[in-house]
Ligand binder design. Structure first.
Ligand SMILES: [Zn+2]
Length: 257
């Protein structure tokens, strides 16, 4: 698990929550490297491209302005490339790239992994390269994926390495082809990486859905399906943007196995 920054959220209202309803409005932005005997998978790529800022050894604040005029401040410490290098990987070592979805805070370094095999849903890819980009996207950060070797995922579940330990599951609603990642780890047990199925734990407890979903109805259905899956597998749910929970998780170079 890499620390790819902290988003400073000016208002939680678009997430369907009042300020006083959330413990912490700021959001963590993790990226995940999954290593397997048959290859590697990178899950999500951060909020600010490594090429867009210079690490100085202590946290710095970056301002992100999107083509749709939405803006956000992000605190960054280390580049994704440096964090990968620290554990002995470079972008050319990444077999598969998968994004939970197309929002800017998941795609920032996608272009760096254009030589990997991109695992994506057709509806998501179509939206990403449509003439009019969806809101909250930064298309310049993923433009190189257009020519990537691409595996279009058709089934609801895609077993990445064929042994059931790394499975991408369709969970649409937040975006048309939003997906989550199930990891069956030998010692840790089952872990489900949420993408943006939820942003805050309070969203889950209070049963709120963001106001800017591609389809709120689909999000609700995806949540029901994933909840049933979590129950069946006893997997832990890691809400990727949950700052307080993620602060307690091990970060690279430590890892879960
Ligand atoms: Zn997000």
């Amino acid at each position: 698990m890499f620390d790819c920054g902290t988003l400073h959220i000016a208002s939680t209202e678009p997430l369907g929550l009042k300020k006083e309803e959330v413990a912490t409005a700021d959001m963590s932005v993790p990226c995940f490297l999954v290593t397997h005997p048959k290859g590697t998978l990178l899950w999500d790529t951060g909020a600010v491209p490594d090429t867009g800022w210079n690490p100085v050894g202590h946290p710095i604040l970056q301002h992100v302005a999107l083509p749709d005029f939405q803006e956000c401040d992000v605190t960054l410490i280390k580049s994704l490339r440096a964090q990968l290098a620290e554990v002995g990987y470079s972008p050319s070592d990444i077999t598969y790239l998968a994004l939970s979805h197309y929002h800017f805070d998941h795609t920032a370094n996608a272009n760096e992994f254009a030589d990997s095999i991109w695992l994506v849903r057709q509806v998501e890819r179509d939206a990403m390269f449509a003439e009019k980009s969806p809101g909250l996207t930064q298309p310049s950060t993923y433009s190189a994926l257009r020519n990537s070797k691409t595996l279009i995922l058709k089934a609801n579940e895609h077993d990445v390495f064929g042994d059931g330990t790394v499975v991408i599951k369709l969970a649409p609603g937040h975006t048309p082809g939003h997906q989550v990642l199930y990891l069956k780890l030998a010692k840790t047990g089952g872990v489900l990486l949420s993408g943006d199925l939820y942003h805050y734990p309070e969203e889950r407890v209070l049963d709120r859905v963001p106001t800017f979903e591609f389809s709120a109805e689909q999000t609700r259905a995806s949540r029901v399906a994933i909840d049933a899956f979590l129950k069946k597998t006893s997997a832990q749910l890691w809400i990727q943007h949950d700052l307080n929970s993620n602060a307690k998780l091990k970060k690279s170079p430590s890892f879960y196995d």
